[in-house]
Design a protein around this ligand. Structure first.
Ligand SMILES: [Zn+2]
Length: 430
């Protein structure tokens, strides 16, 4: 059997897989083959830009490296391997279209302004309807829906009369009405390389090597510029009218939040993540009630993008070190275990703001200078910066917050000295 014949071809009859003995090392046909649409990243017209085709079913249609759903693509593979999912399943996109229209904004037509999201990812079913009808397997990388969110901290803010229901943004039962958006990463490699000031070749080679050689096309197919990386994406929660996000006259309250499962979901008290997040939601609700709009942009970058295993190892190292957990050793302990203090790299973060058309954030609920610098450096104006209220910092999270303030995080109070930091102690392991 020829290697080319071992994966399903484009003929409908081939949708039923044959038993396979061979594995193709690359998932693309040779250069110049018919079928794969050209991507002209940054083109204003979606047809001229061309659809992102990451299907694993029709090899000849593919114009990207990698596939859809980020890390969940691995579960899809398991489902196929286990026989639970038919290889070549085509998504039925009936009634899945966005509840709210986002864009197009002028930023979408600037190749270097957005390099890690497909601006047309939410509307592929309509803008590429003709290509889909021709048999192209084009899938959305963005979905937009409506939800009610119900948080104990918001009920508490209502009990203390800091928030009042208005029947629009905040309901009598304590639920907040939101538009939420899920986005999968779509990287245009030349633009991503420029953001990090490395050559595209260097970026491709390092991605290839550091994923254990997972995507050979990174180094063998320089003509394919778009990569769907196997990483987590982002979720947006919008309070008020999403169209107002692009209007700099409407006051925008925003927090860019990086995932922290331990605190965000389980209330672990070693950091300020959930209290800061829920405080930001309170600020967003208040802002939307006063005629503004609120935005929480939540990125799946667990534990400073180091992952939870590394994070928990650092917790132990912090609490077992001589002298116990102290703010002056906070960053050092992370660096000892991970080799770096942080791997979140905010360079790509502003893309989602440009996708939304944001030009100005009037109230940024964040103390992080990395985030502030990335946002303003990308051309978005920032007005006021809102720090976490002192009363919301859990006792054991003092170590983290004081270390961050000493390292230059935004504060309107005093910056602790080295000896102050040595005196800020966290709880022991017992
Ligand atoms: Zn945290």
């Amino acid at each position: 059997m020829a290697p080319d014949a071992v994966l399903p071809t484009d003929s409908p009859a081939a949708a039923v897989p044959a038993p396979r003995q061979h594995i193709r090392l690359t998932s693309h046909p040779g250069q110049g083959s018919a079928g794969a649409p050209t991507i002209r990243w940054g083109a204003a017209d979606p047809i001229e830009r061309g659809p992102v085709v990451g299907t694993t079913t029709h090899r000849s249609q593919r114009n990207v490296i990698g596939t859809h759903s980020g890390s969940y693509g691995v579960y899809r593979a398991l489902a196929v391997a286990a026989g639970n999912l038919e290889r070549g399943h085509r998504a039925d996109l009936t009634d899945t279209s966005p509840t709210d229209v986002v864009g197009p904004h002028p930023q979408w037509a600037d190749a270097d302004r957005i390099v890690s999201i497909d601006p047309w990812g939410a509307t592929v079913a309509s803008v590429y309807a003709a290509q889909i009808a021709q048999g192209y397997d084009i899938r959305p990388t963005i979905a937009v829906t409506k939800a009610h969110i119900d948080l104990p901290e918001i009920r508490q803010a209502m009990a203390f009369l800091r928030l009042r229901p208005d029947g629009r943004v905040l309901l009598d039962n304590g639920s907040a009405v939101v538009t939420k958006v899920a986005l999968e990463p779509v990287w245009w490699l030349p633009g991503v390389a420029r953001r990090f000031n490395v050559s595209e070749g260097e970026l491709r080679r390092t991605l290839f090597e550091e994923t254990g050689g997972m995507y050979p096309e990174l180094v063998t197919r320089s003509d394919i510029e778009v990569f769907l990386p196997p990483i987590g994406g982002q979720t947006l929660y919008i309070f008020g009218d999403p169209r107002d996000l692009a209007n700099p006259e409407v006051t925008l309250t925003a927090r860019i939040h990086d995932e922290c499962n331990g605190s965000d979901v389980f209330g672990s008290d070693i950091c300020t993540c959930r209290p800061y997040l829920t405080h930001a939601i309170e600020e967003c609700i208040q802002g939307a009630q006063q005629g503004g709009v609120g935005l929480i942009a939540y990125s799946r970058k667990e534990g400073r993008a180091l992952g939870e295993v590394t994070k928990f190892l650092v917790y132990n190292a912090r609490k077992r070190q001589v002298g116990g957990d102290s703010a002056d050793k906070y960053f050092l302990r992370t660096e000892c275990v991970a080799g770096v203090q942080d791997m979140r790299f905010q360079e790509l973060m502003p893309d989602v703001l440009h996708w939304l058309g944001v030009k100005k954030i009037h109230r940024l609920v964040s103390m992080s200078n990395d985030k502030y610098d990335a946002i303003t450096g990308s051309g978005i104006e920032v007005g006021e910066r809102i720090k976490i209220p002192d009363a919301l910092v859990p006792a054991d999270a003092r170590v983290e917050i004081e270390a961050k303030i000493a390292a230059g995080y935004f504060t309107d109070g005093s910056v602790p000295t080295e000896s102050d930091l040595a005196g800020v102690k966290g709880r022991g392991l017992d």
